[in-house]
Write a protein that binds this ligand. Structure first.
Ligand code: PFF
Ligand code: NA
Length: 440
């Protein structure tokens, strides 16, 4: 190990840490993945399964990442070497690899959102579905896509290069309140639309019948979504918690972060569906690309749609940005801790490499979907699963000790947490991994 002569960076305030974690959690996963999965997987039945997994799987798993990060004050590789050692160190490597792969294409999709925000200000959106589709194909791949992918990655590099307090914390202090306020404003606007009533009943009415016939697809989808949306399984929460200087109540912080993520996801459904229904567009069409097409076509149809679309896509871009910085920080923290590289150089080199790795995705949308599936359903779940086994079964005492710093005596919370990690979380992740491998 290198001797560290410089004091490791920390968050300036407790709110800074919470906002950064909220910024990481609230992202592309909330804005299209979530509402559309609710729509496809049985409306309120999926919603209920999802909420169950958030509490039963997401919350305990988030606390695991927090304690590992705060205990070691290290990047994911260093952290896993410190608490597990030996072969467990490879789990840290899985996190780094996943973060690397995910940001490479996350940035491509984020680039589309920036492109689509500009589209509102320039030519406006096209109401005709076929034209909107053709437009998406031309904007989402090729040089246009590469340019916006590069632009987005450059902004991520700048924020991460500025460091924890001057870069990430400052950025999320501006971005997260903006996301919350604009999302609420858009929900109020969507409420006034003609298609709102129909949209709400589509979004919120339980179709219990679907739950009985489709549970095999609803359950893994809900579990996977719970993990992805909370930024788990990539070491992002380990990394952010490693910058906690002081002992704060991590259970309370986790609950706040999860509340924000779930709230924004839910409200986004109240925004997206009224817009689609009012424009007479079927929301059943899945996939990241299809959602760009249907929303853009809806904005093409609405009065002042260019403005609504501009605001919407700008919000999505901001949310994607605050998530992307956490993904880059996972890898950058490793390069700084383990290779003794200056933060600015680390951010530039890592960002440039991620940009290059994303170029194939910016040319080939089928490839992008394939990489997304591999990263989400296999890499992320595998890394998450191994960490839960390590902490739940091998290191429960260390974990309980660490969680109690800043809380005091955990009482019944300690066994409840450890047993949640040991059985439900591990089982859900094993099933999700098996299904993910089958699907792949
Ligand atoms: N939680 C983010 C979302 O919902 O879009 C995605 C994400 C960001 C996952 C950062 C993992 C991560 F480390
Ligand atoms: Na999320």
């Amino acid at each position: 190990m290198s001797d560290i002569d410089i004091q490791r960076e920390t968050w300036a305030t407790r709110a800074g840490f919470i906002l950064a974690a909220v910024g990481s959690a609230v992202g592309l996963g909330n804005i299209w993945r979530f509402p559309f999965q609710v729509g496809q997987e049985g409306g309120a039945a999926f919603l209920l399964a999802y909420l169950l997994f958030i509490v039963l799987v997401g919350f305990p798993a988030m606390l695991v990442e927090f304690v590992v990060g705060r205990h070691t004050e290290l990047n994911p590789v260093g952290a896993l070497r410190a608490v597990g050692g030996g072969t467990w160190t490879y789990v840290g490597w899985i996190f780094i690899a996943t973060g690397f792969v995910v940001l490479s294409y996350y940035s491509v999709v984020a680039g589309w959102t920036v492109r689509y925000a500009f589209l509102g200000l320039q030519d406006g959106y096209l109401a005709d579905a076929a034209e909107a589709e053709a437009q998406f194909v031309s904007l989402a791949s090729g040089l246009d896509a590469i340019f916006f992918h590069a632009l987005f990655m450059a902004v991520v590099i700048v924020i991460v290069a500025l460091g924890i307090q001057q870069g990430i914390e400052l950025a999320v202090r501006l971005m997260v309140p903006a996301i919350v306020v604009i999302t609420l404003g858009m929900a109020a606007y969507a409420f006034t639309l003609e298609g709102a009533g129909e949209a709400y009943s589509y979004y919120l009415s339980p179709e219990w019948g679907l739950f009985l016939t489709e549970w095999q697809s609803i359950l893994p989808a809900a579990a996977g979504q719970a993990f992805f949306t909370l930024s788990l399984g990539m070491g992002a929460m380990i990394t952010y918690a490693s910058y906690l200087g002081e002992d704060q109540n991590l259970a309370e912080d986790g609950a706040i972060i999860i509340g924000f993520d779930t709230g924004i996801a839910f409200i986004m459904g109240l925004v997206v569906f009224p817009i689609l229904f009012t424009a007479g567009i079927d929301p059943a069409d899945p996939g990241a690309g299809a959602i760009f097409v249907s929303l853009a076509a809806a904005f093409g149809d609405l009065a002042l749609g260019w403005l609504v679309g501009f605001v919407f896509f700008t919000t999505v871009a901001i949310a994607a940005l605050s998530s992307a910085i956490s993904l880059m920080e996972v890898v950058v923290s490793y390069v700084i801790d383990e290779r003794n590289v200056d933060r600015k150089i680390a951010a530039s080199v890592v960002g440039a490499a991620m940009f290059v790795l994303g170029i194939p995705s910016a040319y080939d949308l089928v490839l992008l979907d394939l990489i997304d599936l591999f990263a989400d359903q296999i890499l992320l779940v595998l890394g998450g699963l191994l960490l839960m086994i390590l902490v739940g079964w091998v290191l429960p005492d260390l974990a309980v000790d660490e969680l109690s710093r800043g809380i005091g005596d955990l009482g019944a919370l300690a066994p409840a947490w450890i047993w949640a990690v040991r059985i439900p979380v591990v089982v859900v992740l094993i099933v999700a991994l098996a299904l993910g491998i089958l699907e792949y």
